[in-house]
Design a protein around this ligand. Sequence first.
Ligand code: TMP
Length: 209
Amino acid sequence: MPRGLFITLEGGEGAGKSTNLAFIRQWLQRAGHEVVVTREPGGTELGERVRDILLHSKQLHITPESEMLLMFAARAEHLAKVIRPALAAGKTVLCDRFTDATYAYQGGGRGLAAERIAAMENWVQGDLRPDLTLLLDIPVEAGRARAGQRGEPDRFEREDNEFFTRVHAIYLARAQADPKRMRVIDASRALPQVEQQIAAVLEELVHGR
Ligand code: TMP
């Protein structure tokens, strides 16, 4: 059996990831895919516990190195227990964030060297990379204004605009460096237009296979 498609979704704060994740899942299901929707950090019992530490601890000082290693610990578990088995069974995996987020947040945001992240990526993932990554792109200030309307900010959301400007820059640079895999969606437009862009990219992927 050919392995299933591995699709990841990325974006800054307030880019509309949840809304668009539901749209992507429905689109794929209508196209006949069996879809496993999951997220990072998270997706397994251990991963969700790590997520809780990373997003919700207030007093704990976590170094950038530890933060990056915890992301990859959760990812190793997620790959072994959820992602690889689903792909091997021919299912399409739709993952809310993956390693591009580590480059953007721990690399760009926290300033860790990309080579360190690449070394972990190669070790933990072997040669597995997403077939497609949709980057929901929105200017930092606009996205933060949208996200700010939600409840209490988590450990990342409490960072300042400069942090998110670095995150944004790395996401865009990665899309530019790998335009076939990573597609930029203009998420500042009205929802129907965002959906239209996403559908066009999915169409291309599914039919180009
Ligand atoms: P979210 O699911 O609401 O996007 O929250 C996940 C947060 O974790 C988000 O702020 C981005 C951050 N994150 C990293 O910093 N590095 C990573 O590798 C991943 C997967 C997420």
